[in-house]
Design a protein around this ligand. Sequence first.
Ligand code: SPD
Length: 300
Amino acid sequence: MTPSLIETPKTTDATANSLDLWVTERFGSAGVTFKVNSILHRSESSFQTLDIIDTDAFGRMMLLDGCVMTTEKDEFIYHELISHVPLLSLPTAPERVLVIGGGDGGTVREVLKHPSVKEVVLCEIDGDVITASQEYLPSIGGFLENPRVTLEVKDGIAYMASLPPNSFDVILIDSTDPVGPGEGLFTHEFYTNAKNALKPHGILTAQTEGLMALPEGVKKIYSLLRGVFPHVRGYHATVPTYPCGLWSWSFCTKDPGITPTAHLTPQKAVPIEATCRYYNHAVHQAVFALPNFAKALVDG
Ligand code: SPD
């Protein structure tokens, strides 16, 4: 997944001096490519390279080490699903939620839609991700100043290990891919610490990669999760700007009574779905219907 800004001379445009700029996220021998209108920001932190670009097709886009993290046009699919599926599956209204990664703020924005949430802790290793999102992606990063948000700019692995037992109703792992700074967020030790930090009825939802782009990786992640949590399900949807589109998230619990639908009611879902562009009561149930090839990866 090497960053690549491809510059090719424009052949069809009347402006001779302008460039035809495209960005490609490569995965293996395939890639997903976007036409770039302008590069708004580029920085190197101690952890990664961060780009914010403006694209025709998906609006403003954040990339970390050349991988698409979020875009103005399709971010709602990812952020609504990673948040509302677990939050609306709890037997009681959630009060404390932890987000690991997710410094762009989109997941926090969705969690804040739940009035019962008293505190959402965002633990992001790279402060540059937070500030760049606040500046360039205000519709995503503009909610992090909310008084119900606690920002912890630190390593999520160490933070998780430091938490007392039974700290959170829901833990959301909104990580990068399992390379670079995100790698340690896909380990037996990390998931064990997350299980410990969850309340007995709690739910851990992690982004678990592309079902088509990284099938062996997905299989490994679910095998690790099943080695820690007694009850593991997976759900999926299409996020157009991610490799091959087809994306997945986990639904891990300690309590067998916490299933995706046991505590879901239309009454709970309606006020949230009224604020959403993707999530609704029917989608909540439908995303757990996995195609056979995906079921094999998730269920092992
Ligand atoms: N390959 C992309 C995986 C990125 C998942 N996290 C995205 C962060 C959006 N809040």
